[in-house]
Design a protein around this ligand. Structure first.
Ligand SMILES: [Zn+2]
Length: 294
């Protein structure tokens, strides 16, 4: 089923889906007070609601997946993806205000350098020293990841093959969209804010100016994920801390700028002085004469 026509009721249900609530609700043990508080706050998706979501292609049964199978799927799916379709959807997400359309861009960008590999033991049990994935992902909750696609518009902090393959699979289900002049205007305005940022500006300092862009509303979380995606794609990187277009960095072992930082690598290290990487921008968007490369 192509996910271009999204049922409104299903979308609302998906956005209120909490994987943690569902996990607690499945527990065979009596709930601890903090677990009950979580459920009270975020609610539970009933079996009936879950069936409705599944009917609309937005929910998925829990599955177990092995690391090597996830990596294999990543490579199988990425071969079927086209860069032009990835970027068409990315750009089309602006005027339509559809975060899900741009949410698979970062997963595809990671695949530019992620090595094809088998689970590689490390000193930490059940932790692949190449990609940080576990040997096997038990009760993989792809509905939760799908809720993130629609809510935030990009991959979360845990960029392991299980999640990457899910994003690529969802991208392959998306109908084609052609970006409009309004999409290009908004994207160019975003690039303009990035290029004109003060040398000391950090990613979070950009929110104020980004929010002034007309015709496009995004929450702080959506802006954050968008800037992180541009970092992953190498468009916002630093001399020392490169994006995944040219350098693969184990996401679970990637350095943080400060101990309290909650920004993803490498945009965490970016400041206005680093500017917009023209080469990476050209790689991703050079085929569109409408995108201003400098
Ligand atoms: Zn691995």
């Amino acid at each position: 089923m192509l996910t271009d026509q999204i049922d409104k009721k299903a979308l609302k249900l998906l956005k209120s889906y909490s994987g943690v609530s569902q996990l607690y609700a499945r527990s065979k043990n009596p709930l601890r007070p903090y677990q009950q508080r979580w459920i009270d706050e975020f609610g539970i998706t009933s079996d009936e609601e879950f069936a409705y979501l599944k009917e609309h292609g937005l929910a998925f049964d829990l599955v177990d997946m092995k690391h090597d199978e996830a990596v294999q799927k990543c490579f199988e799916y990425v071969k079927q993806c086209k860069k032009s379709q990835i970027t068409d959807l990315f750009l089309s997400s602006f005027a339509t205000e559809r975060p899900d359309l741009r949410s698979d861009f970062a997963a595809y960008a990671i695949m530019q350098t992620m090595p094809e590999h088998r689970f590689a033991n490390s000193n930490v049990p059940n932790f692949c020293h190449i990609c940080s994935g576990s040997d096997v992902c038990i009760d993989m909750d792809m509905t939760d990841w799908n809720a993130e696609r629609f809510k935030y518009g990009s991959i979360g902090p845990l960029k392991v093959p299980f999640i990457i393959q899910f994003h690529l699979a969802q991208h392959l289900r998306c109908a084609h969209q052609t970006p409009t002049s309004e999409d290009f205007r908004i994207f160019n305005a975003i690039l303009d804010v990035l290029r004109s940022a003060e040398a000391t500006a950090k990613p979070k300092d950009l929110h104020k100016d980004l929010k002034k862009i007309s015709g496009f509303k995004a929450t702080n979380d959506q802006w954050k994920r968008l800037l992180e995606a541009l970092g992953v794609a190498g468009i916002l990187e630093t001399e020392q801390h490169k994006g995944y277009l040219t350098h693969y960095t184990n996401p679970g072992l990637a350095p943080s700028k400060t101990s309290s930082s909650n920004w993803a690598y490498p945009v965490d290290f970016w400041t206005g002085a680093d500017g917009v990487n023209r080469k990476a921008l050209e790689f991703w968007f050079g085929a569109y004469p409408e995108v201003l490369l400098e």
